[in-house]
Design a protein around this ligand. Structure first.
Ligand code: ASP
Ligand code: MG
Length: 416
């Protein structure tokens, strides 16, 4: 007997028939003797519709009311799943974020979970074997008493947080893919499903463009050491042995992974933009003068490259932002021109960032050098490079994304 969290995303609860399928997955685990908390997303497309309605009502709207509106999608699916479970003879009760409560910061539309009291859920497991069906994505701020939401994709984070609160043995994320792959199989058909990925690797993969899990959920899993298992919700519930090992990817601590590969996966994101600030005076405070206003404007800066000044007087500084932040970033730097003091702004859009990730890089030298050589042989120009302990990223023209990803996938032996 174990305590499990099962999370189902939007496509898995897209209609009543699929909700029934989810209920059968839940029943399977309950029948096997497990205590189960289920976390659900809104039905596929629902959150987008609710967001669009808010914008239609008023393009500039109160973030607290946006949260009140968009949290409703998960309220519906949690109630529907509880009804379906009850109709199958499984004891179940729905829980909204404010009822548990899931306490969050007051950063509406992107709130952070601060604390969850799992006592009531645990009590009901013990007393009545009751499944808790928790609405994902939402919480409540204790000071204001208002409903908050956790940012798009936030149900993953709700699930991991609930798992930590009730000390679950595992948090199963049921989704429309059957695990985490070495890279996107739509780009590299030879991509393989990974059996295990370390938290830190997954954190890099999710931050660098892999879309399986919300970044914050991985962070939370790492901090609280919650084992997260990504698996498919489309497998027939009856075909699965609740005591066996189903196909999927376990995200866990490095110690739990025996085989330590140098490169685990390749992530990429298209839609990057680059801005170069030319001939800035080379003196203390310049970086602050550039990145201060960008931070205030809410621009998400990623790679930063500063040239070493040749003459000791002026230098160039280049940085990248998501394409969606590009206009805002340019305007911000243009407005601060007098304060920064520079000669010219150059920029480029249609760029992609390709990242190679693997915890084995900690102990292996020359991993990135191999990639630079392979990309050069394909005539792919690298515009910027960044590295961390277990990752390096290159910025290239979008047109070369697929070629670059395939080249690196083969280079590091990730093809089947
Ligand atoms: N329903 C929310 C969204 O679409 C949260 C989630 O699905 O994780 O972003
Ligand atoms: Mg999701």
């Amino acid at each position: 007997m174990a305590r499990l969290v099962m999370k189902f995303g939007g496509t898995s609860v897209a209609n009543i028939e699929r909700i029934r399928n989810v209920a059968r997955h839940v029943k399977r685990e309950v029948d096997a003797g497990h205590d189960v908390a289920v976390v659900v997303s809104a039905m596929a497309g629902k959150t987008n519709e609710l967001v669009a309605w808010c914008r239609e009502a008023a393009p500039m709207h109160d973030a607290r009311e946006y949260d009140a509106v968009v949290a409703s999608g998960e309220q519906v699916t949690s109630g529907l799943l509880a009804i379906t479970l009850q109709s199958m003879g499984v004891q179940a009760r729905s829980w909204q974020g404010w009822q548990i409560p899931i306490l969050t910061s007051d950063a509406h539309t992107a709130a952070r979970i601060l604390d969850i009291d799992g006592a009531e859920l645990l009590k009901r497991f013990a007393e009545r074997k009751e499944v808790a069906v928790v609405a994902g994505f939402q919480g409540i701020n204790a000071q204001t008493g208002r409903i908050t939401t956790l940012g798009r994709g936030g149900s993953d984070t709700s699930a991991v947080a609930i798992a930590a609160a009730i000390k679950a043995e595992r948090c199963d994320i049921y989704t429309d893919v059957d695990g985490v792959y070495t890279t996107d199989p739509r780009v590299v058909p030879k991509a393989r499903r990974l059996d295990k990925v370390a938290f830190e690797e997954m954190l890099e993969m999710a931050s660098q463009g892999a879309k399986v899990l919300q970044v914050r959920s991985v962070e939370l899993g790492m901090v609280h050491n919650v084992r997260v298992f990504v698996r498919s919700s489309f497998d027939k519930p009856e075909d699965i042995d609740p005591h066996g090992t189903p196909p999927g990817t376990l995200i866990c601590s490095e110690e739990e992974i025996m085989e330590n590969k140098v490169v685990t996966g390749i992530a990429f994101s298209r839609d990057e933009a680059q801005i170069s600030v030319r001939h800035i005076e080379d003196k203390p405070g310049v970086a602050a003068a550039i990145f201060g206003p960008l931070a205030e404007a809410g621009v998400n800066v990623d790679m930063i490259v500063q040239n070493v000044s040749e003459d000791g007087k002026t230098t160039d500084l280049t940085f990248t932002v998501p394409a969606s932040d590009y206009e805002r970033a340019r305007d911000t730097i243009a407005k601060a021109k007098d304060r920064i003091g520079y000669a010219r702004l150059d920029s480029a859009t249609d760029l992609a960032k390709v990242s190679v990730i693997g915890s084995g890089m900690r102990s292996h030298a020359g991993v990135a050098a191999q990639a630079f050589k392979a990309l050069a042989e394909r005539n792919i120009n690298i515009r910027a490079i960044t590295t961390s302990e277990i990752k390096f990223s290159v910025l290239i023209d979008t047109a070369y994304t697929e070629l670059a990803v395939r080249t690196l996938h083969t280079l590091y032996g990730l093809d089947k």
